[in-house]
Design a protein around this ligand. Structure first.
Ligand code: BES
Ligand code: MN
Ligand code: ZN
Length: 479
């Protein structure tokens, strides 16, 4: 899908030949003398267009405008959230038709955030996953023109929104792929394909190299699968070599059966999404290559399957992590923290300014925060505040949860330095406390995206979160 930004008032928008024209009307709308304004004014007066976001009025071949379909959509006061609702409703109203070129026109000049929201919402409303269909019926909408009465000043926010969409869709694509189409090796190929882009390099380690590094925790998870593990190292070099990088670590479990501590059968298919953290890292790198900000970023992805086998790691097994700490694996389903802890230790070699890990880590986080906000954990107030604020401005929200040392009590064991699980209480926090043991050398934050990375039910699919949040955070570092 291609996005363009144009200077268009309603008079101009009416002259554009397109398959559908979405007119976004806010409460501050002042109708001009043009045809389209009149139409809007009439619809408002007649009560056919409610001044509430999410309602759309579709007109087929209206007289006057050059578009085949016009959709009048109210955005209320015009906030980013209202624009998202309106654009989604409007795109939904026409996307079943043969709409290839779509114009979305703001009837009144928006702020930056609503403009950004329009781009992201148009992409989201028209996204289709086709990779595993025999007769793919992909997205019909090919071109989206965003029209504002004066486009100067919007270029930067527009370009960022378009890059965010590219990153989000790349993340969705990989997260949505079933585990047999997204093995650790294929995920590594996806990362390698990014290395063709500007400023990106990729290195992939296999079982032998990972063993040499001493990643005993990561290897323990991988040992029950026939698919060999991959440790992916991505590098985006946008600043001087001397500038300390930010490291993103993405959980890349391509399928999580739970291992010997096997999960119940219901909804187990959703554990193909257990590499959504990894997918978000890939998406961020794609967006970085488009925007070329002056920062350095490293992406680390420990990727493997968590399966049952005669060779699987067993409850009670003790393994030695790359850090030297021994871990008693009391529950093989708490595998995310095992692959992440070795990746966190590996991150030390980059002397990072900050490390952020992104993981579909705990069902407990889904219970705590649902699908609205990702869980955020950090002992570093400044880093936490920066991530919260990046989430607010990108509408990819997160919520900080505590890390008091008392939460680590349950991880104590007589048989190793630490156990990989505590009790059921505070499960998202105890998981974070486990990870924190491996982050002494750098400022660190952990995003638990178990509730936000995908949707279940009829709308089942990856969300591409938290690509927008991470990108926003990284771009503020470039300033
Ligand atoms: N990938 C899961 C977390 C998960 C569960 C994400 C449900 C989304 C929905 C993770 O590996 C896991 O299994 N965690 C366990 C930890 C427990 C054994 C301490 C969990 O949350 O049940
Ligand atoms: Mn698990
Ligand atoms: Zn998992």
């Amino acid at each position: 899908m291609n996005f363009e930004l144009e200077t268009l008032d309603l008079n101009g928008a009416a002259k554009v030949k397109c398959d559908a024209l979405i007119v976004l009307i806010s409460t501050s709308f002042k109708p001009g003398k043009d045809n389209l304004s009149m139409l809007v004014a009439q619809a408002l007066k007649a009560g056919d267009l409610e001044s509430k976001s999410g309602k759309a009025l579709v007109l087929y071949r209206p007289t006057g405008p050059a578009c085949t379909r016009a959709v009048l959509a109210h955005v209320g006061e015009g906030s980013a959230n209202e624009v998202i609702k309106a654009v989604k409703a409007a795109v939904l109203a026409v996307k079943a038709g043969n709409v290839k070129k779509l114009v979305i026109c703001f009837a009144t000049l928006p702020q930056e955030a609503p403009l950004r929201a329009a781009v992201i919402a148009a992409a989201e409303a028209s996204y289709v996953f086709t990779t595993t269909k025999s007769k793919p019926e992909g997205r019909v909408i090919q071109r989206v023109v965003i029209g504002v009465s004066n486009s100067s000043g919007f270029k930067l926010v527009f370009d960022r929104a378009v890059a965010a969409v590219a990153g989000i869709e790349f993340a969705k694509e990989w997260a949505n792929r079933p585990a047999n189409h997204a093995t650790p090796a294929r995920l590594a190929d996806a990362a390698r394909s990014l290395a063709k882009l500007a400023n990106i390099k990729c290195e992939v380690l296999g079982p032998k190299q990972v063993e040499k590094l001493g990643m005993g925790a990561f290897m323990a998870v991988a040992q029950g699968s026939e698919e060999p593990l991959r440790f992916i190292v991505l590098r985006y070099d946008g600043a001087l070599k001397s500038a300390a990088p930010t490291v993103l670590v993405g959980k890349g479990i391509t399928f999580d059966s739970g291992g010997i501590s096997i999960k119940p059968a219901a909804d187990m298919d959703e554990m193909k999404f257990d590499m959504s953290g990894a997918a978000s890292v890939l998406g961020v790198f794609l967006a970085l290559a488009q925007l070329k900000p002056a920062i350095n970023v490293i992406g680390l992805i420990p990727s493997c399957e968590n399966l049952l086998d005669g060779r699987s790691v067993k409850p009670g097994d003790v393994v030695t992590s790359m850090s030297g700490q021994t871990i008693e694996i009391l529950n093989t389903d708490a595998e995310g923290r095992l692959v992440l802890c070795d990746a966190l230790t590996y991150a030390e070699r980059f002397k990072p300014r900050a490390v952020v890990d992104i993981a579909t880590l705990t069902g407990a986080c889904v219970i705590a925060l649902g699908g609205v906000r990702s869980g955020l954990f950090s002992a570093d107030d400044e880093l936490a505040a920066a991530l919260v604020s990046a989430g607010e401005s990108s509408l990819d929200l997160c919520w900080r949860l505590p890390l008091d040392d008392d939460y680590a009590e349950g991880l104590k064991t007589s048989f190793a330095d630490v156990a990989n699980v505590a009790g059921r209480a505070g499960g998202a926090i105890t998981a974070a406390k486990f990870l924190q043991r491996f982050t002494e050398k750098f400022p660190w934050a952990h995003l638990d995206i178990a509730g936000t990375a995908w949707k279940s039910g009829t709308a089942k699919g990856a969300t591409g979160r938290p690509v927008a949040l991470l990108l926003e955070y990284l771009l503020t570092l470039a300033k």
